[in-house]
Write a protein that binds this ligand. Structure first.
Ligand SMILES: [Ca+2]
Ligand SMILES: [Ca+2]
Ligand SMILES: [Ca+2]
Length: 237
């Protein structure tokens, strides 16, 4: 056998081995890909809740989140805490309290699960009695209570992390960011449209910051000076 033939035979052998390896490898590639991780809520979705503008002393739900379990195990899920951060620029001093409530397929009414006062963001809220059945779902609502005095406006866009267990998996975290931010309005933004003094009603007819009273030619400016007090009331100059 010539050297050329030996080389050709060797090359053919190599190609055959490579093809055989490819064929043998096929069953591995053909296997089903691994499914999604069964750990925790398999779906978490922010519902873009829109509460509009929040004035001093008001309270409102600002975020709703939908969570769902969907996997092959049959484990119960238990939410143990919520960690709430603010992506907006409203400072924590103007948020008095944050409250978490939830409804499930078992208990459809929203039920309070925990609350915390806000000293800084993020704020951690311990959650109690919040179980979601295997392959069940729940809605979670975050309500904020605005402080009575707000001296600078800002936006509130919550980012909520639900810390939960599923079977033997502990401390799983899923996060949802509020799709629609809310505005926190400062106290002096609240317009006062009229005040009663000297037996008559006064209004700021020309919007110049002073109360106008009735005169011979209709309402006249500069009769009563508006002075904002901390409570929002007015008094005579
Ligand atoms: Ca799961
Ligand atoms: Ca919102
Ligand atoms: Ca499951």
């Amino acid at each position: 056998m010539s050297l050329l033939l030996v080389k050709r035979f060797g090359l053919l052998l190599l190609i055959s081995l490579f093809m055989a390896a490819l064929v043998l490898a096929q069953p591995v590639f053909a296997q089903d890909p691994p499914g999604p991780s069964p750990d925790g809520f398999n779906t978490i979705e922010d519902k873009a809740w829109e509460a509009g503008t929040l004035g001093p002393g008001s309270e409102a739900v600002v975020q709703e989140i939908y969570v769902e379990d969907n996997d092959d195990n049959d484990s119960l899920l238990t939410v143990t805490s919520a960690i709430i951060d603010n992506m907006g620029e409203a400072t924590p001093e103007y948020i008095a309290k944050v409250e978490v409530s939830a409804s499930t397929e078992v208990v459809e009414e929203f039920d309070k699960k925990g609350e915390a006062s806000v000293d800084s963001f993020p704020v951690k809220i311990d959650i109690s009695s919040f179980d979601v059945a295997d392959n069940g779902s729940a809605k979670v609502r975050i309500k904020v209570f605005i402080a009575d005095q707000v001296t600078s406006s800002g936006t509130l866009q919550l980012q909520t992390t639900l810390v939960h267990n599923e079977g033997s998996s502990i401390g799983i975290r899923r996060t949802a960011t509020d799709g629609v931010a809310e505005k926190v309005q400062k106290s002096s933004d609240k317009p006062q449209i009229a005040t009663f003094n000297r037996g008559t009603w006064w209004v700021d007819a020309n919007d110049n910051g002073t109360w106008d009273g009735p005169g011979r030619h209709g309402y006249k400016s500069q009769r009563l000076r508006q002075r904002q007090q901390p409570s929002g009331s007015c008094r005579l100059r």
